[in-house]
Design a protein around this ligand. Structure first.
Ligand code: PLP
Length: 415
């Protein structure tokens, strides 16, 4: 009677998609149908997503990076402008602004939660203005599934005349409570006059998967129309008075109706469309979002209990009071110095015990491209967060006992 060594159990990655037979059936139905792209699955997903997050509209697109690119472009952000981006994020939040021609004003984060607060955003705005940039937008990142303090950030955006682009790639299903009301992430902040858009990713490590997929949600009809147009070559099917179409005779038939072949381009756009194959998968997954969120919450509660004896060397992610998170990452806080172990040694020891981990994130302002461009802005919160973060396995198919396994492996790896 010997218990299996942890290494003989299946490897636990830090995140993994949950695909079930109903997802496979939904994708197969698209493959048997008439539309592989620009068909009813995309439209159905857009309607379901908008309803789920409480936005007037959703535009599905190829991935989260494309969603960011579309959001910045639809807001008219370009050269000479700057976007405030917390340094604790994935590369894309910043790169997409640069692709629009804008500068990135990196903001610090609170070291325990990894979130950008108002003080950090204000400091970044001040630095950007000193550099002579026109600050146009705040791009808070809802790191690990918790919202940045949105009520205060929306008030700051409104006071400074800035737009809001919420990077909610980690946070579908999270509910923001910061204004004393329940606002699902994705509903945005219609009170922000310069524009409010939210972006999502449906990469397989995120909470619901499309394979590759993303979306922009919002409630301003003109802004969302521009997102939709930019996603599809800047093209419109209907002649638009006021948009300045060049050739009315090509556009209209004798009765003044649009010719059936007509399309017009009002600005250069992208092909950032989502296919119906991917839309069918993510629509099917959206139907299980509540189950995924509940399961992740349950696993996080188990982690809190199992990691408690490892304090103060190990602490579970710091929970902020102003949201009900749909946890994307279990970003534990580990004092590697006090443990006398390097993070890479701990990761290797965990891996040998069958436990996958990841670091979210190397602060983006430290990347070679950005250092060449801006030097080394001092962002101590982002560096302190980075020094101690380690994302432990968290995905809906994990068993309760897997949390025990991870905690036991972590205890061994640190001792
Ligand atoms: C995943 C992610 C993105 C990019 O999404 P993709 O779908 O991979 O392009 C952007 N921002 C954050 C915070 C992310 O986690």
């Amino acid at each position: 009677m010997t218990e299996p060594l942890p290494a003989e159990l299946p490897f636990l990655p830090y995140g993994r998609q949950s695909v079930e037979e109903e997802d496979i059936a939904a994708v197969a139905a698209v493959l048997r149908g008439d539309w592989l792209t620009q068909g009813p699955a995309v439209a159905g997903f857009e309607r379901a997503l908008a309803a789920r997050v409480g936005a007037a509209e959703a535009v599905a697109c190829a991935n989260g990076t494309a969603a960011l690119r579309l959001a910045y472009a639809a807001l008219g952000i370009g050269p000479g402008d700057a976007v405030v981006v917390p340094s604790n994020t994935f590369l894309a939040t910043a790169s997409a602004a640069r692709h629009a021609g804008a500068e990135v004003a990196f903001a610090d984060v609170e070291p325990d939660s990894g979130l950008m607060g108002v003080a950090e955003a204000e400091a970044a705005i001040a630095r950007a203005r000193k550099a002579g940039w026109r600050v146009r937008a705040l791009a808070p990142v809802h790191y690990a599934g918790q919202t940045a303090p949105m009520d205060e950030l929306a008030a700051l955006a409104q006071a400074e005349g800035l737009a809001l682009v919420e990077d909610a790639c980690h946070a579908i299903g999270t509910v923001d409570l910061s204004g004393g009301r329940e606002v699902p992430v994705g509903a945005g902040r219609p009170e922000v006059a310069a524009g409010s858009l939210t972006v999502f990713s449906f990469h397989p490590v995120k909470t619901i998967a499309a394979g590759e997929g993303g979306a922009v949600t919002g409630s301003d009809p003109a802004l969302m129309a521009r997102v939709r147009r930019l996603c599809n070559h800047g093209m419109m099917r209907e002649p638009h008075a006021g948009e300045g179409f060049a050739d009315p005779e090509a556009a209209l038939d004798a009765e003044g109706n649009a010719n059936p072949w007509y399309y017009e381009m009002v600005e250069p756009g992208f092909n950032h469309r989502l296919s119906d194959i991917h839309a069918a998968l993510v629509l099917s997954q959206l139907g299980r979002l509540d189950r995924f969120v509940d399961r992740r919450a349950r696993l996080m509660a188990l982690y809190a209990g199992r990691l408690a004896p490892l304090a103060p060397l190990v602490r579970p992610p710091a929970q902020v009071p102003w949201c009900r998170p749909a946890w994307h990452l279990c970003a534990a806080r580990i004092d590697f110095d006090a443990a006398g172990r390097t993070r890479s040694a701990v990761m290797a020891a965990l891996r040998a015990l069958g436990v996958g981990t990841q670091v979210h994130y190397i602060p983006v302002h430290r990347q070679p491209y950005w250092r060449r461009r801006y030097g080394d802005p001092v962002l101590p919160g982002a560096m302190a967060h980075y020094d101690r973060t380690l994302s432990l396995p968290l995905f809906p198919a994990m068993a309760d006992g897997d949390v025990d396994r991870v905690a036991a492996a972590l205890e061994r790896a640190l001792s």
